[in-house]
Design a protein around this ligand. Structure first.
Ligand SMILES: Nc1nc2c(ncn2[C@@H]2O[C@H](COP(=O)(O)OP(=O)(O)OP(=O)(O)O)[C@@H](O)[C@H]2O)c(=O)[nH]1
Ligand SMILES: [Mg+2]
Length: 473
């Protein structure tokens, strides 16, 4: 049995938005104009494509006064009175939306009543609540506050308590993963018969979330394994065009690595079911800057002490580089064709080949110019930071919030200030990361390398879990 809940309420209160967020479905139609939803439509909450709970989006009440008056005249009570009403009055155009919204309730759906608790309570709201109470169906009220206004909240709660088995604050635009799980937990309390089923559904949700986090960790690992050893090369025949070729290769290198990163971020977005709308990053997010921009490296690069730790493990002589990067000087030099990168072991290297030497059967020129692999110790941490920041925004971007809509309420995303996650790592974590980065950079596949990758994977899934549950990273 798949439990069904009808999401009901006054027009424009955010019913479709709450449903969209709860079902992680950005295909639900949401509009600033009241009366957008006119027909009931079912959206499942799915795990691995399997529907676990059915949510029915419904039109808003149009004529609750007339409905209540009509119900009161019926000799039948409970759902029978509603059945009679919808049979007799479905053709009344004044009641078309009201009959339509009650339809799923008559076939057994429980009720989620959505109200905007930031506006004052009116008589018509009390009438809607009374109608829903008369259905006798299990019901929960969701306060979806569209504005910051708090002064009406107690009045709402008092009235809702009289008519609903459970009341929850749940914001369609800001609800996080934890708040979604909490709302599901609360749903089971409105109907005891649902308890065992909901316990197993919630467990499946938690497992599904962990699975998605594991997939994110694998995708980040894959990115590091591709980006760290990445090289581009070209042969130069004469010294005249060396600078030009180096510049071209360097641009090519940056473009390709950025593309690898972009693909990873896209895959993360898809895992969290953001299929249609792009998530909107906060204005001050460092992710607005390119991977290789100066600002990115200043904000996300390792601090001096960490550079020393990373460098020690990497075995490179760091001295000057640590100073340069720590003082944010890297970029003047960095853009001057990889001098900083070069100083830790030649981003830009040159390999001499004897005349006539062949590589894979292709005759090589006099000299092969190779850009990469990037041995700067901040580089993998920057890639990691950016993926984690993106993850943090994606999981906290509620599906009911549409990027093209301007809102009056300022959204403060959880962990918004988390810029430079790497700088929070302790010495042990730095070591664990750096050991894996070295494995990735050198494409190592022996058993000790696989073990280092495994350790990094566990470390990363733990961090993702902490980020998603709002714990300290
Ligand atoms: N700021 C803010 N706006 C919200 C929130 N929830 C919904 N809205 C906005 O309110 C408007 C109506 O949202 P819908 O979800 O379409 O409302 P509805 O109750 O389904 O409306 P109808 O289908 O017309 O009855 C949209 O412009 C939403 O973006 C919220 O939590 N915060
Ligand atoms: Mg709607």
């Amino acid at each position: 049995m798949i439990p069904q809940f009808a999401v009901i309420g006054h027009p424009n209160e955010g019913k479709s938005s709450v449903l969209s967020t709860l079902a992680e479905d950005d295909s639900v139609v949401i509009s600033p104009l009241p009366g957008e939803t006119r027909k009931c439509r079912t959206f499942p909450i799915t795990i691995d494509g399997r529907p676990m709970v059915q949510l029915v989006d419904t039109p808003g009440f149009q004529n609750p006064r007339k409905i209540l008056a009509s119900l009161k005249k019926k000799s039948a009570s409970g759902l029978d009175a509603f059945k009679e009403l919808t049979q007799n009055e479905a053709s009344d155009p004044d009641l078309a939306d009201d009959c339509e919204l009650l339809r799923p309730v008559l076939t057994g759906a429980a009720i989620i009543y959505v109200v905007d608790g930031s506006r004052p309570l009116r008589t018509v709201d009390k009438i809607e609540m009374e109608i829903l109470r008369l259905t006798g169906r299990p019901r929960m009220a969701v306060l979806n506050n569209k504005e910051e206004e708090q002064q009406y909240l107690n009045g709402w709660k008092e009235e809702l308590r009289k008519n609903f088995n459970s009341i929850r604050l749940f914001n369609a635009h800001q609800a996080t993963y934890v708040e979604r799980i909490n709302l599901l937990q609360a749903l089971k309390s409105i109907d005891q018969d649902l308890e065992p089923l909901f316990d197993s559904i919630i467990q499946s949700f938690e497992i599904d979330w962990q699975n998605r986090n594991s997939q994110v960790a694998s995708k980040i690992i894959e990115l590091l394994k591709q980006a760290l050893p990445y090289t581009v090369s070209s042969s130069i025949k004469t010294e005249d065009n060396r600078k030009q070729i180096e510049q071209k290769l360097y641009e090519q290198y940056k473009k390709q690595v950025s593309k690898l990163e972009e693909q990873t971020l896209k895959a993360i977005r898809k895992l969290y079911k953001h299929n249609i709308f792009n998530i909107e990053l906060p204005e001050n997010s460092i992710l607005h800057d390119d991977l290789f921009s100066e600002k990115t490296w200043q904000v996300l690069g390792l601090n001096k002490k960490q550079m020393m730790i990373a460098g020690g493990i990497g075995g490179a002589t760091l001295g000057a580089t640590a100073d340069i990067v720590a003082h944010g000087l890297s970029f003047g030099l960095f853009t001057a064709l990889g001098t900083v990168l070069g100083s830790t072991g030649a981003l830009l290297g040159g390999k001499k080949f004897s005349q006539g030497h062949k590589l894979l059967g292709i005759p090589l020129g006099k000299e092969e110019v190779i850009v990469g692999p990037n041995k700067n110790h901040s580089f993998p941490f920057i890639l990691l930071d950016r993926s984690l920041l993106y993850y943090n925004h994606v999981i906290n971007w509620a599906h009911g919030r549409r990027s093209h809509q301007a809102t009056t309420t300022e959204i403060s995303l959880q962990n918004d200030k988390m810029q430079g996650f790497s700088t929070l790592l302790d010495k042990k974590e730095m070591r664990l990361c750096t050991e894996f980065f070295n494995v990735a950079r050198e494409n190592k596949t022996d058993s000790s390398s696989a073990e280092k990758e495994q350790l990094f994977f566990h470390f990363l899934t733990g961090k993702l879990q902490n980020i998603s549950t709002g714990k300290q990273v």
